[in-house]
Ligand binder design. Structure first.
Ligand code: UDX
Length: 424
């Protein structure tokens, strides 16, 4: 069994840590935020992800948390799992990555394993930095993480593939061995290609979503139904059924920043990545189309009461980063509407970003007296709503299904007006 050090106690860091502890490794997780480390020592996970708290408790004997990099000095593997948020220019901000690289204790045998999503070329830059700072014992491995929030443990334990980009020395082999128990297809490649695999995968998935959203918008104009269209397209094995779900656009911390980072990375190297401009713009406009749909039904939105069902960027998470609800709520308020929002678990996170919203404590409360409802996040409890009761509590009749998750017939049978995204 190995000693695994992890920099960053976020989604990727904690899930990586707990899964390696589950395999029997000794794991030390280091973060720079004292409150986070304190909370973890008391068994509190700083975000919502199913089963992670239970697993942290079960493997507590092999997991420790620290603020001090010296506690990672005897870890053979040093995983970098820190944030790489966008800067104002849209490029990836690597300051947290550089801070941990510089803080790493020098020793004769360390594999730095980069899990954070970084621009192509970061590996080379870090290797140069090691040479300059006398950290000759370090080897660099790019091992990007593909887990999704909300299904993070399952994704980590059963990855579609494991990518290991390295210089062909002991470190790449050691990381490949570490991942062997997951029995996933292994891609051994060079560092730059591994870095690009991650960026290209996220950009491709975002492109797939923007593509189906554009098809949905054309379906609306021409009377076709995008759900039927996606079903028919998805059965083509070359296309596949996943990520063809039209809606209010993609959110989350990764797609938004990685698409922009790849576009700018290409631009910085002299290549104009035109397609990604469209992917970004389609996504921005998709969040706003709801406003004109509401105006079509209600006229001017001033003093209209709009219920937002769901705020997080997707179900099963309390993550509000990049959530479509942020743009939507701001646009509705700018039109003078009164917004009443409800999310089963993201309220606290949402309040920090949008303190001015009215927060309801249940879907029923948000819908009470509303002129229109917008399904923003497809939580199961919204899909299972009794729409005859919803109709009785609302003042108006309009239901906009921003995720095409509701049963249009059930909504209409309750006497409400149903409108999805790209649905007939
Ligand atoms: C994503 C990548 O999937 C993952 O591989 C990477 O490691 C991190 O970024 P995540 O941000 O957790 O994961 O969310 P994901 O489930 O991919 O969804 C992203 C967004 O796309 C959500 O807002 C979701 O609602 C939206 N989406 C997804 C669609 O609008 N339509 C779809 O068909 C699929």
């Amino acid at each position: 069994m190995s000693r695994v050090g992890i920099f960053g106690a976020g989604w990727v860091g904690l899930v990586t840590g707990v899964c390696f502890a589950e395999l029997g490794h000794e794991v030390v997780i280091r973060d720079v935020v004292p409150e986070k480390i304190e909370a973890l020592r008391l068994g509190h996970v700083p975000f919502h992800e199913e089963d992670v708290p239970e697993l942290l408790e079960r493997h507590a004997g092999r997991l420790s948390y620290t603020l001090d990099v010296a506690d990672l000095a005897d870890s053979e593997f040093l995983f970098v799992c820190v944030d790489t948020p966008p800067t104002y220019s849209g490029d990836a901000d690597l300051s947290a990555v550089h801070a941990v690289v510089d803080a790493m204790p020098a020793s004769d045998r360390h594999a730095l394993v980069m899990k954070s999503t970084v621009p192509v070329g970061t590996g080379s830059a870090i290797k140069r930095r090691f040479a300059e700072t006398g950290k000759a014992g370090f080897r660099y491995v790019s091992c990007p993480e593909f887990l999704k929030e909300g299904s993070a443990l399952a994704d980590f334990r059963r990855p579609d593939r494991v990518v290991v980009g390295d210089d062909g020395d002991w470190a790449g082999d050691a990381v490949a061995r570490l991942y062997e128990p997951f029995a996933a297809p292994l891609i051994r490649t060079d560092i730059a290609s591994a870095e690009m695999i991650k960026l290209a995968s996220n950009a491709f998935l975002a492109t797939k979503i923007s593509f189906i959203n554009e098809i949905a918008n054309v379906c609306e104009a021409l009377g076709a139904d995008v759900v039927e269209v996606a079903r028919g397209m998805g059965l083509d094995a070359r296309i596949g059924p996943k990520f063809l779900h039209a809606g209010l656009g993609y959110g989350g911390s990764c797609f938004t920043k990685d698409v922009s980072a790849l576009k700018l990375l290409a631009g910085n190297s002299g290549y104009h990545f035109q397609l990604l401009n469209a992917v970004i713009e389609v996504n921005e406009l998709q969040k706003r189309r709801v406003v004109s749909k509401l105006q079509r039904h209600l006229g001017a939105l001033a003093d209209k009461r709009i219920a937002l069902l769901g705020l997080a960027f997707k179900p099963n998470t309390d993550d509000m980063r990049g959530a479509s609800s942020i743009v939507l709520a701001a646009r509705l308020r700018a039109e003078g509407a009164e917004v009443r929002a409800y999310d089963p678990i993201a309220e606290q996170e949402a309040r920090e970003l949008m303190p001015e919203l009215h927060y309801a404590s249940s879907a029923e409360e948000a819908l009470g007296g509303a002129d229109a409802a917008v399904l923003v996040t497809e939580w199961p409890e919204f899909v299972q709503l009794d729409f005859s009761r919803v109709a009785a509590t609302m003042r108006g009749k309009v239901v906009i299904d921003g995720r095409n998750a509701l049963d249009p017939q059930a909504v209409r049978a309750a006497g409400l007006i149903y409108e999805g995204v790209g649905r007939r």
